[in-house]
Design a protein around this ligand. Structure first.
Ligand SMILES: Cc1ncc(COP(=O)(O)O)c(C=O)c1O
Ligand SMILES: N[C@@H](CCCC[NH3+])C(=O)O
Length: 415
């Protein structure tokens, strides 16, 4: 069941008509469905049944505090990559004891804050970081729980910009060095080894790379046993893909089943860090057609949302569906490039889309709940969009539209 659906040819988010939301809150507008967020989180959580596990929502995919609050109320953990994300989780009511901290450049201040609030563990990405965490923990009189992010050198078969598990990527410690690093970690006085993690990439549409990764990590885990190092958890990161057009991504149940077949014999808690699979299809970007422009080569639908609001097509040539909001309007179909207001040729939401539209109509870009608002910017001095969370027939403004004053509120004129 899709909570974004047509009723009498008019698009709804749950029981709220998108046209009404656009008129009430203006466009561009991010609209999230609370029921979809919850259903997707439960799909992961239920997939593991009674097997010990923790689903840590990847905050980077959608960091609005109401989205995080929705996750926290379900009992979710969180995967963070900065102190900013940590503070958001805490503000949203998330439990610090369910936070895992990834990221290659953790600063001294970030480490100290994470130790102060008592996060679940640091996903350590280098030897230098391990030493830094040990030092900071020592100064604070704490023991830092750590997991080593192992880079398994597995090809995730995804876009090169969102592939993270190859040796040439900056992430983690290579699988060949990891044993040495664990042997070092075990000797450090302010470090407690709790687990192992990895994250090989995003928008994976096959299970095999995850399973190959698990195999490589299990070999390493056996070697660590010989060294007397035992782990409490195994964190396989995020990365499960979603359907943007016609790709089929594995269901969390199939993923969990395949993992459990491998891991049943071990006594680990399993941690996953899904972002996109929970948030992408829980949200849409609503935009208004400002102008239709036609030349010999193209029809352009010029809309009020740009690459500053949704950068995925510009950055990864990502395909995202674009659909009409009101199909009862009498319109001729034509093929359009749907482009934004930004002064960049890469500013498009979609190319060669068949749409029945006229100026003034609303369009929706689907699957925009992940890496949409969280990657938005003020480029071209465009105030960031509002965000709305729909719950049944109620709509809550969870981020107000920025004002023009907001654009320069942190800037100063010279004396
Ligand atoms: C360490 C880590 N965990 C989790 C995620 C979430 O990934 P996804 O949104 O593909 O599930 C990412 C982003 O790719 C990441 O870098
Ligand atoms: N931002 C990317 C995903 C990268 C995730 C970060 N490791 C996307 O929109 O597809």
């Amino acid at each position: 069941m899709d909570f974004f659906h047509y009723k009498n040819d008019k698009l709804y988010a749950e029981d709220c008509a998108i046209t009404s939301l656009a008129e009430e809150f203006g466009t561009p507008l991010y609209v999230y469905s609370k029921a979809t967020l919850e259903r997707h989180w439960h799909a992961f959580d239920n997939a593991f049944g009674d097997y010990p596990h923790l689903i840590c929502f990847a905050v980077k995919s959608n960091s609005n505090i109401a989205v995080l609050q929705t996750m926290a109320r379900l009992g979710s953990g969180f995967d963070i990559v900065s102190q900013g994300e940590l503070e958001r989780v805490l503000t949203a009511g998330g439990e610090p004891g369910k936070v895992v901290f990834s990221g290659v450049a953790k600063t001294v201040d970030e480490i100290a804050r994470a130790l102060e609030v008592g996060i679940r563990c640091f996903n350590v990405e280098s030897i230098a970081e391990l030493h830094r965490i040990n030092e900071v923990a020592g100064k604070l009189g704490k023991i830092a729980p750590i997991s080593l992010r192992v880079n398994p050198d597995v090809d995730a078969h995804t876009h090169p910009y969102i592939s993270t598990g190859l040796k040439e990527n900056k992430f983690g410690v290579s699988v060949d060095q990891a044993r040495e690093v664990y042997r070092l970690a075990v000797k450090l006085p302010h470090i407690a080894i709790t687990g192992m993690d990895c994250h090989i990439g995003s928008q994976l549409t096959e299970l095999q790379p995850f399973l190959d990764t698990a195999d490589r990590l299990l070999v390493l885990i056996e070697q660590l046993k010989q060294d007397g190092i035992s782990l409490k958890h195994l964190d396989l990161g995020g990365g499960l893909g979603v359907t943007y057009s016609d790709e089929t991504a594995p269901h969390p149940t199939d993923y969990a089943k395949a993992l459990l077949e491998k891991l049943q014999a071990y006594n680990f808690e399993i941690i996953l860090e899904p972002g996109r699979a929970i948030s992408a299809n829980s949200g849409v970007l609503v935009t208004k057609v400002e102008y239709i422009k036609t030349n010999e080569a193209r029809n352009f639908a010029i809309v009020d949302a740009g690459m500053n609001d949704m950068i995925r097509p510009a950055l990864y040539q990502a395909y995202m569906n674009i659909i009409e909001v009101d199909r009862t309007l009498p319109r001729e179909k034509a093929v359009y490039d749907v482009v934004g207001p930004i002064c960049e040729t890469s500013d498009f939401l979609g190319k060669k889309r068949e749409l029945a539209i006229a100026a003034g109509d609303y369009l929706v870009q689907r699957s925009a709940g992940a890496y949409g608002a969280s990657m938005s910017s003020n480029y071209n001095s465009r105030p960031r969009t509002a965000e709305v969370m729909v719950d049944g027939d109620k709509a809550f403004l969870i981020r107000r539209r920025e004002s023009y004053e907001n654009l320069w509120q942190l800037e100063n004129l010279l004396p």
